[in-house]
Design a protein around this ligand. Structure first.
Ligand code: HEM
Length: 445
């Protein structure tokens, strides 16, 4: 049985389902309603798809990679496929300005400067992950188990007696917000403000044009203005925690000695790391959870199978992330030499759009790609978190949140189905996320 994401009610859909290659444009308004149909066409007719004039530099092109093997090879080889961000950082380094001056320009630069000083190359990228983020959101995420469990149960308590729930606003969105606030050491009452800043951070990935996610000048100016508030907020928290350390990630970052540089972190650097945790840690896990809820409503028998055998939950969450990847694609790598992918020549200096979601349903890699298989071999080899030196540093905490969410939900409900009033509209941009999800359930007896 094929379980591509639900299409919206027909009259609400802005875009027709693509039938052949000429119809495929992954970035036009409404395209998100039919991405998976487009992936089938791309795999068949254009697994490496050129987007003319859409490279970083004038006269260069963008290329969408959709095959698992191509994407996997690219992300594992930093030298051959350098991240586009490195080019921006090189420019900043060449400008001769001090890090402090660059950071004053805008908050986005504050984050870039923290990358410039803490992880300008693959070796330091690895140290950054291992020493600064792994203890909290990577392999060390387990330390948050009790806290995440309490958060999940508090949310479920709010609606368990109602028999129905708007799953996104009442569970999938607040759970990662509460989790990240607690990890970083922000009071939960600040979550509405943090959510507003989080929304501003991801604005380019939602409203940005084309595969490069470009905001127009007004949108960019508004984003910078809103994020100044976040910069000040984090700055205040860093001062508070330097004076009065607590058991949280910001206090840890204030105290840790970063071994490659043999020194402690500056305020700007901590601010940059916190920015990365908020931009990466909220909506991604929200979408993973709500798409998994939809899979449970759609694939017959799977809810009962998991209810009876919770040891299969790990397979379920991995398959959910493979089949409905929250981050569908990113344009983050360039070619440092002429390349050939699937027989297609890609010149040096091109920009690669890595379409993780298409790689994850590549039938040459995954047998029956559109099925949730609770016994799939090497189930976590999907590309949802990427791979290689820049693999998502938050995979540990996201996986933990997803596991705990479903452990607690399976403990507390006996059935789950769509409520009648769903529109199944997805948000624009490069993330796969339904805007609203009404579910019915029976409370466990
Ligand atoms: C299901 C949830 C998530 C998905 C699908 C996801 C996906 C990704 C992907 C595809 C990348 C790009 C890697 C690359 O370019 O090779 C990435 C990077 C990143 N993710 Fe995640 N992520 C998730 C959860 C999280 C969480 C919970 C956090 C934070 C706690 C986080 C923080 C980051 C950061 C900071 C980066 C950028 C690393 C860098 O500086 O390059 N992510 N993520």
């Amino acid at each position: 049985m094929s379980i591509k994401p639900k299409h919206p009610n027909h009259e609400l859909s802005e875009m027709k389902c693509p039938v052949n290659l000429d119809d495929v444009d992954l970035f036009s308004p409404g395209a998100q309603e039919h991405w998976y149909e487009a992936y089938d066409i791309l795999h068949r007719d254009a697994p490496v798809h050129r987007i003319p004039g859409e490279g970083f530099l004038p006269g260069t092109d963008g290329y969408i990679l959709t095959k698992y093997d191509d994407i996997s090879m690219v992300v594992k080889d930093w030298e051959r496929f350098p991240p586009g961000m490195s080019l921006g950082i090189d420019d900043m380094l060449k400008s001769g300005q001090s890090v402090e001056d660059l950071a004053k320009d805008s908050y986005i630069n504050a984050m870039m400067t923290s990358i410039m000083t803490l992880r300008p190359n693959p070796e330091l990228w690895r140290s950054h992950r291992q020493e600064l983020t792994d203890p909290w959101v990577g392999p060390g995420a387990e330390r948050n188990r009790e806290m995440v469990t309490r958060c999940a149960d508090r949310l479920i308590d709010n609606w368990i007696d109602k028999g129905e729930v708007e799953f996104i606003s009442e569970f999938a969105r607040p759970l990662p917000q509460m989790t990240m606030a607690n990890i970083l050491g922000f009071p939960e009452e600040d979550i509405p403000r943090l959510a507003e800043w989080g929304t501003a951070q991801v604005a380019a990935f939602v409203y940005g044009a084309g595969h490069r996610n470009i905001l127009n000048p007004e949108q960019a100016a508004e984003q910078i203005e809103i994020l100044e508030g976040f910069k000040e907020y984090v700055h205040e928290k860093v001062q508070e925690k330097r004076a009065n350390p607590q058991d949280d990630m910001i206090s840890f970052l204030c105290d840790v000695t970063y071994s490659p540089l043999d020194r402690k972190l500056t305020d700007i650097e901590i601010n940059g790391i916190v920015y990365a945790m908020v931009i990466g840690g909220l909506e991604t896990t929200q979408y993973a959870l709500e798409e998994q809820a939809q899979l449970l409503c759609e694939q017959d028998g799977i809810f009962d199978e998991l209810k009876q055998d919770r040891s299969k939950l790990r397979h379920f969450t991995e398959e959910g992330m493979r089949l409905r990847s929250p981050t569908q694609g990113l344009s983050t790598r360039t070619t440092s030499q002429d390349e050939v992918f699937q027989g297609v020549k890609v010149p040096k200096g091109s920009l690669l759009h890595l379409r993780w979601a298409a790689g994850n349903v590549d039938e040459e890699e995954f047998e029956c790609p559109y099925e949730v298989k609770l016994d799939r071999k090497a189930v976590s080899r999907h590309l949802t978190f990427s791979a290689g030196p820049r693999v998502c540093p938050g995979a540990g905490i996201s996986r933990l949140e997803q596991m705990i969410a479903w452990e607690r939900l399976f403990e507390r409900i006996d059935s789950l189905e769509y409520a009648p009033e769903n529109k199944f509209m997805h948000q624009p941009g490069i993330m796969l996320g339904t805007l609203e999800l009404n579910l019915k359930f029976t409370k466990a007896g």
